[in-house]
Structures are given as structure tokens and as C-alpha cells.
Write a protein that binds this ligand. Structure first.
Ligand SMILES: O=C(O)CCC(=O)C(=O)O
Ligand SMILES: [Fe+2]
Length: 317
């Protein structure tokens, strides 16, 4: 597929992220999420309904203080995208890479400015226009419903097909979307030793689009999937909650990454929750047993007016 925007090599523009530059930042652990929807863990009889929004009061300061018009993108073009609340980074800020140890063999890496700001808008525009987005019907708790976000799937040929919520997306080839290969190259460079061969794309077209609580624990990824998530456009919260074991020895003994969902509940302890406001151009990596022991979601948000595009790179074994 032809690109309408010119693209320089991302790798040339990228700083070296191969070592931790800064461990001192703290990840916010307070989490006022009242979204009790859980697509994977409980309440099978629940209607295929959408999760509750945060109230204005609960909707945290990220969205109150973080609303800034970015002035240097889409100049002279008024569009929904141009209203996205994205704060351009200060050029003085060094790129930082944080590693967050979730315990018991699970960890996260977060690089806030993984891709350069303007370059990230070029990617956003390309993906928004050229990806063959679809909004499929999926099965949740035995009911059919429209997936609350657009999606697309890209993978290398010959892999086990991805099936989730009763939906099997067609797999497009990397060759059709050169910028995706460019982003993949940048990820491989930032994560030496890691390899990804498939990509699930999500587009959240506004405040009502979301992804409910789930773990990406499909068998085709093996027991310890590494998932590299790149975000573009409107900032949204990404929330992780630790699954609560009824018998904490079970998971340790199983050790196979299998979906022990029936025996797990979400935890209510504050330290068992993590929340990130995923920035335009950021990279979040989930590693180890994160999919086995934690669930994650991108909840609805009152103030998230613009479009967000998220790419999750995975390795199908
Ligand atoms: O949009 C995101 O940040 C996460 C998407 C996700 O969890 C998924 O596609 O499995
Ligand atoms: Fe996920």
C-alpha cells in the first residue's frame, strides 16, 4: 500500500533505549477505577453492556490538567484529531525507560517518548487513513455484541491464527504497511533479544470506545508472552489489576501460563493496581507472567475526546 506521507527511518531518529536510564520515577498506584466490567473473569450472565464511566469527580487530574492543544501539528487543519489533548514533550527531557517489577516474575517497561513526537503524528495519520479498520461482532459472556473499538490484525504468514471472543480476524501482511515494519524495527532495536511476528491494532474513536478487563493469555503466545504496546494520539489510561488467587499456591504450581480464570478474582489492594496514562509515541511492554497473573483494560473516559490508535506487537510461537 502506498504511503501518502514521507517517512524517514525511525531507527535513525531513535535514542538508544537498550539500558534503563531512570529507575527513580514512581508509577502511580492510586486507582479510583470503578469500572466493574470484566470480560474475562466473572459474571457470565451479564448483558453485553459497556462498563461504567468514571464520574467527573473520579475522572482524575490527568485529564483535568493534561488538556493541552498541541500547536505544532496539523497546523491550519481543524479536525477531531487536532483537538486531541496531547502535550508536546519538552525537548530538554531526556528519554526515560522505567522498569516496573510487578513481582512473581511479571514486569513492565515503559518508555514515554519511545518515538519522536512529530514522527508519531505521521504514523498516526498513516494508520488512521490506510489501515483497513473493522468493528467486528464478538461474543462476550455468550452474547454477540459490537466490539467497542475498531481493529485490524497483521502477522507473518504461516502462523497459528488468532481467535479471541469468538472472532478470527483476517491476517494482513506486513508488506502492505511499510510504516508498521518501521515501528517493528524500532521495537526490536529497543528490546534486544525480543521478537515479534504479529500485531493487533486498535482504534478508539472517542471517549466511549474502550477495551474491557482481559488478559492476553491465548495459548498461541505461550506461558510468558511479551507484548509491546505503542500508542498514538489521544492519551488514555491503561489500567492493570492483579488477579487474586483463591489459592495462591495454584498459580505457582501450574506455572504454565494457562488461563486459571475460574479460580481468580481481581484484587482490591491498591498495590495490586497500576495505572499509566499512555502518551502519544510511548511504548509499554508487558513481560513474564503479566498475562497469567494480571488483567488490563483501557476504560471509557469522559474527557478522552480524540482518536487513539494502539498497536500491540506479539510473538505467536
Ligand atoms: O489499547 C491498549 O492500550 C491495549 C489494547 C489491548 O489490551 C489489546 O489489544 O489486547
Ligand atoms: Fe490486551
Amino acid at each position: 500500500m502506498a504511503m501518502t506521507n514521507s517517512h524517514n527511518s525511525t531507527a535513525n531518529l531513535l535514542p538508544d533505549f537498550s539500558s534503563d536510564a531512570n529507575h527513580s520515577h514512581q508509577v502511580p498506584t492510586s486507582c479510583q477505577i470503578n469500572n466493574e466490567e470484566d470480560e474475562s473473569l466473572h459474571n457470565k450472565n451479564k448483558k453485553c453492556s459497556e462498563p461504567k464511566e468514571m464520574s467527573e469527580q473520579e475522572d482524575d487530574s490527568n485529564y483535568k490538567t493534561g488538556l493541552h492543544c498541541h500547536q505544532d501539528h496539523h497546523q491550519g487543519r481543524m479536525s477531531l484529531t487536532s483537538l486531541v489533548a496531547v502535550e508536546p514533550p519538552s525537548s530538554e527531557d531526556p528519554p526515560t525507560r522505567r522498569t516496573i517489577d510487578l513481582g512473581h516474575g511479571s514486569d513492565l517497561i515503559y518508555i514515554q517518548r519511545f518515538l519522536p513526537f512529530q514522527k508519531s503524528w505521521t504514523f498516526f495519520d498513516y494508520l488512521d487513513k490506510h489501515i483497513p479498520w473493522t468493528r467486528p461482532t464478538i461474543r462476550v459472556f455468550g452474547r454477540s455484541c459490537l466490539q467497542p473499538r475498531d481493529t485490524c490484525y497483521v502477522s507473518s504468514s504461516g502462523l497459528t491464527p488468532l481467535v479471541y471472543s469468538g472472532y478470527r480476524p483476517d491476517a494482513y501482511s506486513w508488506d502492505e504497511f511499510p510504516p508498521l515494519k518501521e515501528i517493528l524495527d524500532a521495537i526490536h532495536k529497543a528490546l534486544p533479544g525480543s521478537r515479534f511476528n504479529s500485531l493487533l491494532l486498535n482504534r478508539y474513536k472517542g471517549a466511549n470506545d474502550y477495551v474491557g478487563w482481559h488478559a492476553d493469555d491465548e495459548k498461541l503466545y505461550g506461558p510468558t508472552p511479551e507484548i509491546a504496546s505503542v500508542s498514538f494520539g489521544c492519551e488514555r489510561d491503561f489500567v492493570l489489576k492483579k488477579k487474586k488467587l483463591e489459592d495462591s499456591s495454584l498459580i505457582e504450581k501450574r506455572g504454565d501460563g494457562g488461563p486459571a480464570k475460574k479460580r481468580l478474582k481481581r484484587s482490591s489492594r491498591e498495590e495490586d493496581q497500576q495505572r499509566f496514562t499512555l502518551k502519544h509515541g510511548s511504548l509499554l511492554v508487558m513481560r513474564g507472567y503479566t498475562q497469567r497473573d494480571w488483567i488490563h483494560s483501557v476504560p471509557k473516559r469522559v474527557k478522552a475526546e480524540g482518536t487513539r490508535i494502539n498497536l500491540t506487537f506479539r510473538l505467536v510461537l
